[in-house]
Each structure stands twice: as C-alpha cells, then as structure tokens.
Design a protein around this ligand. Structure first.
Ligand SMILES: Nc1ncnc2c1ncn2[C@@H]1O[C@H](COP(=O)(O)OP(=O)(O)OP(=O)(O)O)[C@@H](O)[C@H]1O
Ligand SMILES: [Mg+2]
Length: 264
C-alpha cells in the first residue's frame, strides 16, 4: 500500500478570470492537508470547476487565467503550470461529465491515463491492477468500446484513467452527477477506498450529504468567493448548508419547542 502523500495543496488569495469580463474566482484560499478528503460545495456557476482547473493546469485550455494569488502543491508552485507538469507533480483531475474516449476500448482509455509518464511497464501493470481491483466491472470489459459502457461504468473508467497516473492528489469534479442512488453510494465508497490507499482528494459534489460524510473539511463557494469553510461535520450542522445543500427544512421549531439550531 502506498504511503500517504506528504504534500499539502495550498491555494492562497486566488483570483481567476475568463477573458476580460468574467471574474470566476476572487480571493479564494483553500488547503487540502496531506492525505485528506476535502469537499467543495457551491451552486451552479459558483466556480468549483474553475478552481479544479486552476490546480490541474487545465485553466488555459478553457481560456481562463490566474490574475492574482497562487497555487502550491508541497514545494512546487503550480501557477500557470500545464497539465503535464501538474500530473508529474502528482496532481490529476477527473473532469466534469465523465469524459472518456468513446471510440477507444476500456484498456486503451486506461493506457492513455499513464501516457507521458515514462515509467517502467511493471508500474503500469501495478496501476492497472489497482484500477481493476477498485472497479472489477472494468476488468470484465477491457476490450469493450468505452462509448458503449453505461453512465456509471464510464464514470468509473474516467476515475480509473486518472488513477493510472498514480496521483498523490486526485481532483474529482462531480463524480456522482446523474447517477442512480446506488451508484452514488458506490462512488462514495470508491473515493473513500482511494483515500485509504494514500491519495488525497479534492471533491466537488452536488451530492453534499455524500461529500460531507467523506470529507474532513469543506468549503462552500458562492459566486466565486469562499462563503463558509470548516470541519465537514460542523458545516453539515449549519442552517445554510442544511437548507441549501442538504435539502432540509430549517424553519425554526414553534415556540416552546427545543432551542433553535445554533447558527454559524
Ligand atoms: N470557459 C469559460 N469561459 C468563460 N466563462 C466561463 C468559462 N467556464 C466557466 N465560466 C464562468 O465562470 C463561472 C464559474 O464557472 P464554473 O464552471 O467554475 O462553475 P461551477 O461551480 O463548476 O458550476 P457547475 O456546478 O454548473 O458545474 C461561471 O460564471 C461560468 O459561466
Ligand atoms: Mg462545474
């Protein structure tokens, strides 16, 4: 079993814009401690994917740019890094929307995840064995075209492909989006297992209940700024998170009932 990655991700006072007009992130600071799962919540358009792109070096592909602040993984500055530099540093993103190469087989998709790392063949095999033990379904379908897999299987392949690069920090963008509840649970278990094996995780999730259960700490983004942050269990108790992200009714109990829930 690999050791826990000793590095922390530090994002400090980050501003990101797309073109001249769209300021997507403003003054965002966030830390993923070594070996942690950190959840990132927020409404549509809050800037969650933008933050992951900034860390994985894929921002430029989306015509975005850092205008202030910085991203550091351990001692390595990732500001303006390209995806290859980020992957070599151990930081790998699974993009939103389970993008797999539909025309390629499962096996070819996995191989693509390890490309460019110039490592020995036995490392590739070890990485692939890890993917297949996490996702036995993929092992049964190595020769199948990825485009023919179910939505859940495609998401597993997208995660598997990222794992082929043996990340120390995995960036997951809404892995459970559009999946049935049973598969959402399965994805949650897989994320927990990946973390147990020593990989830190920054998890963007619309399923806040799942994310807050897995994570040790969490951040809520609102229109590009950090609105709330803290230990995941504490955040899960705030009225705002319960109402907006956990779908709970937080209207105060009638007079005479138990004391109102503690605010932020
Ligand atoms: N390539 C782009 N060019 C211009 N603006 C963009 C681009 N990508 C995102 N934006 C804008 O930046 C802001 C943040 O978008 P982002 O995709 O990071 O949000 P998000 O929190 O991931 O949303 P969702 O939950 O819908 O995935 C939004 O206002 C969005 O319209
Ligand atoms: Mg997004």
């Amino acid at each position: 079993m690999p050791d826990v990655s000793p590095e922390a991700l530090h994002i400090e006072d980050l501003d990101v814009s797309y073109g001249q007009a769209v300021r997507a992130l403003h003054g965002v600071s966030l830390t993923v401690p070594p070996g942690a799962v950190v959840a990132l919540l927020g409404a549509n358009g809050a800037g969650k994917s933008t933050l992951l792109r900034t860390v994985s070096g894929t921002l430029r592909m989306h015509r975005g740019a850092i205008t202030a602040g910085g991203v550091r993984y351990g001692e390595q500055r990732l500001n303006g890094a390209d995806p290859v530099t980020a992957v070599r540093a151990g930081v790998v993103q699974v993009p939103e929307g389970r993008r797999v190469f539909g025309g390629l087989t499962v096996e070819e998709n996995l191989r693509a995840g390890g490309l460019g790392l110039h490592r020995r063949a036995h490392r590739d095999r070890t990485a692939r064995d890890r993917v297949f033990s996490l996702f036995p379904r993929l092992a049964e379908r190595t020769g199948q075209r990825a485009g023919l897999l179910s939505g859940g299987e495609q998401q597993m392949l997208a995660i598997g492909r990222a794992l082929m690069a043996e990340p120390k920090l995995l960036l997951l963008d809404e892995p459970s989006l559009g999946l049935a509840p049973q598969l959402v649970r399965r994805i949650g278990e897989v994320v927990a297992e990946i973390n147990r094996q020593g990989t830190s995780v920054l998890l963007v999730e619309q399923n806040a209940a799942m994310a807050l259960e897995l994570a040790s700490s969490a951040y809520v983004l609102e229109v590009g700024e950090v609105r709330l942050s803290g230990p995941a269990a504490e955040l899960a108790r705030t009225d705002e998170v319960r109402r907006l992200y956990l779908g709970e009714d937080t209207t105060p109990e009638p007079a005479g009932a138990a004391a109102p829930a503690k605010g932020r």
